[in-house]
Ligand binder design. Sequence first.
Ligand SMILES: O=c1ccn([C@@H]2O[C@H](COP(=O)(O)O)[C@@H](O)[C@H]2O)c(=O)[nH]1
Length: 295
Amino acid sequence: MNFADQLAAATQSTGSVACVGLDPRKASLPKKIIPVSDSPDAWAAAYTLFCREIIDVVAGKVACVKPQSAFFEQLGPAGCVSLGEVISYARLKNVLVIVDGKRNDIGSTATAYADAYLGQQSPWGGDSLTVSPYLGRDSLEPFVEVCDQRDAGIFVLVKTSNPGGGLFQDRTTDGQTVYQSVAELVREMNEGRVGKCGYGPVGAVVGATYPQQLAEMRAAMPTSWILIPGFGAQGGGADDVKAGFDDQRLGAVVNSSRHIIFAHRRAEYADSMGEDRWQDAVEAATIEMNQQLSW
Ligand SMILES: O=c1ccn([C@@H]2O[C@H](COP(=O)(O)O)[C@@H](O)[C@H]2O)c(=O)[nH]1
């Protein structure tokens, strides 16, 4: 089944448009998870355990999960093993996986990235991957070919959630901004690939922190799923993300990482649940996010 249709099915079966970001950080892990040894192997095992427990809590309650490769890579080779284990576990639990790797390079190297993360023999086995558009159309094509072969998906960085993203993305050439040009390319690359749900495998990343641009991008890429980061810890709220959806409440998933996975540290859960019941805090924060997104 086309990746876009898989994502639509996941939002419908779970009743959720939330994506939980798996961004393990040493300094924020619950005490119970912190390893005795400070070695990369011990931390990697802790990251795997932490993420597996989160997946157990959120499976069936959210549309997808998004492991952030940077936090795993920080641990070196052992962290990469952990990332692979986390992706496999999510897929075992029937949770769709967006690998947040923001990869890309010249076409021939992009082919290697595409095969690595999404290909039929992919050792990582992600369902989808975030990619950078800045090397141009030929750098995106290998990913799109692999999407066609394996019913995988990509999310192209269009308008990122960070405060400084506008330095290049908002620059105007030939009467349109860079992010508008990227959106045009994303729309074109979905042509002929649209699934039953009305969307195709070439999606976009647009931050919750730019609600006006989110509305503009929804209209500019009518067949693209939008991955919306920036909800929660970065200040985006439910009203900000509404514009990313179509009339059927389809077409977007909203990511939250720190606010969900480290919910035991948030004031509202710290007293009632705290460290010992950190999984309950994750569950409560997930339910809260789903409620906020159920307009
Ligand atoms: O524009 C972007 C693209 C990606 N991200 C990633 O999403 C999560 C956000 O984490 P929070 O803890 O919910 O802030 C993180 O992995 C980022 O690298 C983004 O924030 N903005």
